[in-house]
Design a protein around this ligand. Structure first.
Ligand code: GLC
Length: 734
């Protein structure tokens, strides 16, 4: 026995030594390479440009370290050959692309992936994206986007994991693991972005100013980035916004003090597209040279498309405004990634094999499963799953829209591979198809009458509505979140002549669909579900799959409620239910008090649907919520258990959610915070004991004392199927 232990210790020691020596070996190679580089060549590594062969001359001069947006394997090999075989030092290029929710096999948009509450599946999807992308030469993706989004007017809410820090952290870390894999040739460097607070743009207007205090940064916006760093993210991107008056790309506190020094991030920090140059428009730099100095001084290694680094760093070094050591630090980070990805040993793509992995059956299956799990059932008045339906009306602008269904940032996805709902439903029903409207913004009602009359001839109708892909994503903010065009009229018209109307929404954000809910018997919200969305939706409608998705964002009644999110502070005037709404205000109300609490006269207090909400075809009962003690020390773990029963007739999965409230703090605390979740499969009638182990340390926050700590006091804890239901148990921390 002793022998075995000794040999295991020896193996572990040798492995550690080997790991360290490999690391030292790389650092030695970097040292040797840097010692040969001219200042111009060093700066060249810090320059990232968009393009391919037209960059040949600059690449041959060693003036480009990375390119983005070239995806043709043959062209990439040609430009890489110039870097490796023609430039003086032969340093390979880092090839980058926005692979945001799949490369060719397109998965649901990240907001839909978050709705799965299935990090394992999301990691698998990112791994698949990396396999397809790396086979085509892409070794750096600008994903995952970790921006907390509390305002659906912001079009980029589509690209992240919603409003909750814990879910965002779990999904972001899963994507980092998936993209980067085990470091072999399919490894693609992840890029956690946009650091930081970009989703808090005032008015939900993209690129707009943010005013986030350090405390809110640390308690809401930092956690997912810290989780991404801890998951080993190889790169990070700074954000466009100026927070508290300082553009992130020039924010030394953010990049150097927090990211590098406090969190120990050793990867590449890259700007967003010309975000260095945009510091001039911000009024933070007088010209590109000053902007360049601000960015490099803040600790940003690589300049995407401002041309500032390649144009001014040598001058700044000569003027001693920037030290060559600072340049060397940046170049070291860049070369380290190139070594880590094996680019010096294998810089070229096997063009013959580039297409082999694309749309592999197992990739499509994973994309379908993601779309199934990412669909959120918002309403079902007993019409789903479809039963006794022979003839089905399929209508609406998203019923057969292969491109729109892929959603924003689908970049290399090929719509010819999309399976639309119309295609999928035709396999199992006698389908009557009527477009209803030509596209989501189509105001014309010319086709609505045909859909209404067809609805009178069928057993059920499914109306596919939502957003064209262009209506969400970067720079695509909306001030009105109702269904565009004549979509609501179409739903109402179909409802007039059909007794079973199901609405399926494909969108990049939670739209204000309250009035449409009234005109249908069921609503399935599938965000933009990707390549296999049609198959997934058909399986859900037919009951071959049972909805399990939960909303990663709050659904508003009106855009005027924005921003609204579940983990809000209580205020000194919380809603108490006694408020008078607009329609109930008596005439000549005079100075009658209508309720002096935090609410809207016209839309009340709460959302349309809360964070974490989603129905199933079955029902679940939570009982016997219990914790192992009533009082804990900061080093303890809270042992939680609850009985979950499937009280319906379908085998199904429930996303069981754990929330906590810190009742009193040195600063005010949210009324609820998600601290855990599990996907629990239950057969019809089955009961399971579901347990959570919640370290008390997870209750730490950035306190009034400006440190992360758990404060003693009283807490409440819920385990439920969404953020708005359930009765809590109480405990205290000593
Ligand atoms: C864009 C986006 C960023 C993206 C980059 C490269 O402006 O803000 O998310 O990765 O440019 O396409």
């Amino acid at each position: 026995m002793k022998k075995t232990i000794y040999s295991l210790v020896a193996i572990a020691f040798l492995a550690t030594v080997a790991g360290c020596s490999a690391k030292d070996d790389t650092e030695k190679k970097i040292d040797r390479l840097i010692s040969k580089m001219t200042l111009h060549e060093k700066v060249g590594q810090m320059n990232q440009l968009s393009g391919g062969e037209w960059l040949a001359e600059a690449v041959e001069k060693g003036e480009v370290g990375s390119i983005l947006n070239c995806t043709d394997p043959a062209e990439l090999n040609r430009i890489q050959r110039i870097a490796v075989e023609k430039s003086r030092l032969g340093i390979p290029l880092l090839i980058a692309r926005d692979v945001i929710h799949g490369f060719k096999t397109i998965f649901p948009i990240p907001l839909g992936l978050a709705a799965t509450f299935d990090p394992e599946l999301v990691e698998k999807g990112a791994r698949i994206a990396a396999v397809e992308a790396s086979a085509n030469g892409i070794r750096w993706t600008f994903s995952p986007m970790l921006d907390i989004a509390r305002d659906p007017r912001w079009g980029r809410i589509a690209e992240g994991s919603g409003e909750d820090p814990y879910l965002d952290a779990m999904m972001g870390a899963a994507m980092v693991r998936g993209y980067q894999g085990n470091g072999d040739s399919t490894s693609v460097a992840a890029c956690i972005k946009h650091f930081v607070g970009y989703g808090a743009a005032e008015g939900g207007r993209d690129y707009n100013t943010t005013e986030i205090t350090e405390r809110s940064l640390r308690n809401i916006y930092f956690p997912a980035f810290k989780a991404g760093v801890d998951a080993g993210a190889m790169t990070l991107m700074t954000s466009f916004n100026a927070n508290d008056g300082i553009p992130s790309t020039g924010n030394k506190w953010l990049v150097k003090d927090v990211l590098r020094d406090e969190w120990g991030f050793g990867g590449i920090v890259v700007t967003d597209w010309n975000s260095a140059g945009e510091m001039i428009a911000h009024g933070f730099a007088s010209d590109l040279k000053e902007a360049t100095e601000e960015a490099l001084d803040a600790g940003v290694d690589m300049d995407m498309m401002s041309y500032g680094y390649i144009s001014f760093i040598e001058e700044l070094v000569k003027e001693k405004k920037i030290s060559e050591k600072q340049v060397d630090n940046a170049v070291r980070n860049i070369l380290r990634l190139k070594f880590k990805l094996g680019l010096f040993d294998n810089p070229y793509i096997d063009e013959a094999r580039a297409g082999e992995t694309l749309y592999a059956p197992e990739h499509l299956e994973a994309a379908k499963q993601s779309a199934i799990e990412g669909a959120v059932l918002l309403k079902n008045d007993g019409v789903l799953p479809l039963k006794d339906v022979r003839t089905l009306l399929v209508t609406g602008p998203l019923a057969d829209a292969p491109y729109e269904q892929l959603g924003t940032w689908a970049f290399d996805g090929d719509e010819t591979h999309t399976v639309t709902p119309l295609e999928a439903l035709k396999k199992d029903f006698n389908v009557i198809y009527e477009p209803g409207t030509e596209y989501s913004r189509d105001k014309s009602t010319a086709l609505v009458a045909r859909a209404r009359s067809a609805a009178a001839r069928v057993d059920a109708a499914v109306v596919f509505v939502g957003e064209e892909a262009i209506l969400s994503g970067e720079a695509h903010s909306l001030s009105d979140l109702n269904l565009q065009g004549a979509q609501s009229e179409l739903i109402a018209a179909v409802k007039q002549s059909c007794k079973k109307v199901i609405v399926v929404v494909m969108a990049g954000r939670p739209l204000t669909i309250g009035r449409d809910l009234e005109n249908c018997d069921a609503m399935l919200y599938s965000f933009h579900p990707g390549t296999m969305g049609g198959e997934a939706i058909a399986e859900l409608l037919e009951g071959k799959a049972v909805p399990s998705g939960k909303s990663p964002v709050t659904f508003l009644k009106t855009a005027g409620q924005a921003p609204m999110y579940y983990n809000h502070f209580n205020t000194g005037r919380p809603n108490n239910g006694s408020e008078t709404l607009l329609d109930d205000i008596p005439l000549k109300a005079g100075q009658t008090s209508l309720g002096c609490t935090s609410y809207y006269l016209d839309s009340g207090y709460g959302p349309l649907f809360p964070f974490g909400y989603g129905l199933s075809y079955t029902t679940f009962d939570y009982s016997n919520l219990d914790i192992d003690k009533s009082s804990y020390s900061a080093k303890d773990t809270v042992r939680v258990s609850v009985d979950l029963k499937n009280t319906g007739e379908y085998d199904a999965t429930e996303v069981v959610q754990l929330y906590v409230r810190d009742l009193v703090g040195s600063v005010v605390r949210p009324v609820k915070e998600l601290k855990g979740f599990q996907r629990v499969e239950l057969k019809a009638g089955e009961t399971k004991a579901v347990t959570f182990a919640l370290p008390v340390a997870d209750l730490a926050f950035w306190t009034a004392g400006n440190d992360y700590s758990v404060e003693p006091g009283d807490f409440q804890l819920w385990v439920a199927g969404d953020s708005a239901t359930g009765d809590p148990v109480s405990f205290s921390v000593k």
